[in-house]
Each structure stands twice: as structure tokens, then as C-alpha cells.
Ligand binder design. Structure first.
Ligand code: SF4
Length: 342
């Protein structure tokens, strides 16, 4: 499901940049619109109009601020990349819906600076971990940017340090064209049962397509990550998730899974209101979500514990040792979940 953007916005200053020209040479049918500043794209439209219409476009721009940031809520030595922002997919629970002013996915063309900075951090930290896909989908434009090719080349030279590409994309041709990929490059996919993905993960590749992409990466030598987050508690969720886990572990080699991350909805107020405005019937806000002590809307603690314990017991039917993590959960919930399971 690799698509050419409907139109491409290019900041005037970087029209002649070699990386801009490289990307434009691969896009033949889309009109090119020069703009002064990508942040102004779509300003004349309403919020909903922007969110609905501009996602099919692409903007090429130059990043003025930091291209790589330290993640405050995570351990020291964890970084996330700002080399691309926003996403062409449209998941109802995604915080990117409100996070950036513009709704156009943006690729920043100062790519050399990103690679240089990563190399600097690889040399100055003991074991840095780079997250690609916190503010974009990590592979959605990889056919145009070939970022993964540069990254694999860089990480092949460094034993220490890991980089994770978090995605829902099937854009894996660059990754799988590499012989003997390094173990410290980890593509990871977020999966939801087909019924839920169809309901709330708009414009994304299907469950089966994502699974096939992950399987092909494993076949090419990658260890992959599996993210089951957010788990949505709709009627019959147990059956849907149990079957999905069965499909996942029938197709994937558990020995080539680096970790499984489990999560449940955790919407802050802005996200909650944004979802309500764009998708008033969304199952991600209907049901049993309540404001928590940290101000986020979540399922009640005992429900989250129940969800995680169920999920872990279904996963353990296929593999006893696979590393399972809970995404942004309190220590109390982690203790309750893992006390008598592992
Ligand atoms: S694929 Fe990821 S980044 Fe893109 S809209 Fe969905 S949750 Fe957000």
C-alpha cells in the first residue's frame, strides 16, 4: 500500500537541495507547490478539514531546531528523531492529531545533519537507544527517503547503540534488500486485531499486510519488535486479541522478536477532546475511560491489570521467554501484573 502523495509542498529555500531533488525525482505525478514555510500550510482551513485533507500530501522542509531529542520520560541515553514529523496514516488515538500545527507529513531535508548527530551520540554514550517513529511513522516514506539504508550502513559500523523503526507501514524494500542486517536495527510493528484496525486505524496497511512485512523482515535477518498498543476494550475483545496473538505467533518466529510491548489508551485531555471532535463515535473514547491521577483518560487500574494479565497468558502459550513490557504504566500496575506471572 505504498502511495504517491497527492501533492508535494516544498519550502522555497530548499528547492535546489540535493535531497529535495532526489525525493522529487521519485515522485512523477504529484503537483509541486512552493511555500515559504511549511508551518503555514493549510492555515486557511478548519482543523477538521486540515486533518482530513492534508494528510495525503507531503512537505519537504528544513528543520531549524533540534533534529534529535532526549526523551525526558525515559532513561538517560534514549533519543528520538525529529527528522520527519506527522503521519500520512490517521489513527483515531494518535496524539499527532493535535501535536503539530500543520497536518501535513513533513520530511526534513537536512538528513546529513541527522546522521552526523546520531554518529556523535553513538560515540559519546555507552549504549544509546534511538526511537524513530515517536513523531512520525518510521517507514512511511522510506521508499522516497531511503533513510533506513543510511541507518543500516551507520549501525553496521557500531556494535553499541540500537535504533528502532516503529511503524505500521509495509515500506520495507530498502530494509530487506540488505544482506546480513545488523542486530541493532530493529523494525517494530504495531498490531491491532483486524476488526479494530479497520475501525480506528484509517489509511493504514491491514493487519495481514503488516504481519507479512514483519515476517519478511525476520526472514531477511532482522529481529523485530511487536507493539500491541493501545489495546481497545470493545465487546468481545478477549476473542479478538487472543486470535490475533495466535496469528502473530503462527507467522512470526518468536526467537526473532526482541520484545512485545502492551499498552492501553492513555489520552490526555487535549487528545481526548480532539478525538471527540473528529471521531465522536470512536471506541477509543467511548466505554470505560476515566480521568486518572496523572490527568490522562484510562481504563480503571483493575481493568488494565486484567487486560495485561490476559494478554500475557495468551502470549506465554507460544513463548515462555519473550520479553514483555508495559508501555507507560505505573510501577504499581507493573507489580500487580507481573507478581505471579513471570
Ligand atoms: S501510524 Fe502511528 S504515527 Fe501514524 S497516525 Fe497512526 S499512531 Fe500516529
Amino acid at each position: 500500500m505504498i502511495q504517491t502523495p497527492d501533492k508535494v509542498y516544498v519550502e522555497e529555500d530548499i528547492l535546489d537541495h540535493p535531497f529535495t531533488q532526489k525525493i522529487l525525482s521519485k515522485i512523477h505525478s504529484a503537483p509541486i507547490i512552493c511555500v515559504e514555510n511549511y508551518k503555514k500550510i493549510g492555515q486557511e482551513k478548519s482543523f477538521n478539514q486540515r486533518a482530513d485533507e492534508d494528510k495525503n500530501s507531503l512537505a519537504l522542509a528544513s528543520k531549524k531546531g533540534e533534529l534529535i531529542k532526549n526523551i525526558g520520560r525515559m532513561d538517560h541515553g534514549q533519543f528520538y528523531l525529529f527528522h520527519e514529523i506527522d503521519c500520512k496514516y490517521d489513527c483515531e488515538y494518535c496524539y499527532l492529531q493535535y501535536y503539530f500545527q500543520t497536518k501535513v507529513p513533513v520530511v526534513f531535508v537536512n538528513r546529513d545533519e541527522v546522521l552526523k548527530k546520531i554518529e556523535e551520540l553513538l560515540n559519546s554514550f555507552e549504549n544509546p537507544y534511538f526511537h524513530v517513529g515517536e513523531v512520525c511513522d518510521a517507514l512511511a516514506f522510506d521508499d522516497l527517503t531511503e533513510f533506513s539504508t543510511d541507518i543500516v550502513e551507520l549501525f553496521s559500523k557500531h556494535n553499541k547503540g540500537t535504533i528502532e523503526f516503529r511503524t505500521k507501514s509495509t515500506n520495507i524494500n530498502n530494509l530487506i534488500s540488505i544482506d546480513s542486517p545488523p542486530k541493532n536495527v530493529i523494525p517494530s510493528w504495531t498490531f491491532s486485531p483486524k476488526k479494530i484496525a479497520d475501525m480506528i486505524e484509517h489509511k493504514t496497511p491491514s493487519f495481514k499486510e503488516r504481519l507479512e512485512a514483519a515476517r519478511r523482515c525476520q526472514e531477511s535477518g532482522y529481529t523485530v519488535g511487536v507493539r500491541l498498543d493501545p489495546i481497545i476494550k470493545i465487546e468481545g475483545w478477549e476473542d479478538l486479541y487472543q486470535k490475533m496473538i495466535q496469528e502473530l505467533f503462527t507467522r512470526l518466529d518468536t526467537k526473532q522478536i526482541d520484545y512485545i510491548s502492551l499498552g492501553t489508551p492513555k489520552h490526555n485531555k487535549v487528545l481526548f477532546e480532539t478525538i471527540k471532535k473528529r471521531f465522536p463515535a470512536s471506541p477509543t473514547i467511548l466505554g470505560e475511560l476515566f480521568p486518572s491521577t496523572d490527568g490522562k483518560y484510562k481504563y480503571l487500574k483493575f481493568q488494565r491489570v486484567d487486560i495485561y494479565k490476559n494478554m500475557i497468558s495468551w502470549i506465554r502459550e507460544y513463548d515462555d521467554n519473550i520479553r514483555i513490557e508495559l508501555s507507560i504504566e505505573s510501577d504499581e500496575v507493573k507489580e500487580l501484573v507481573f507478581e505471579d506471572i513471570d
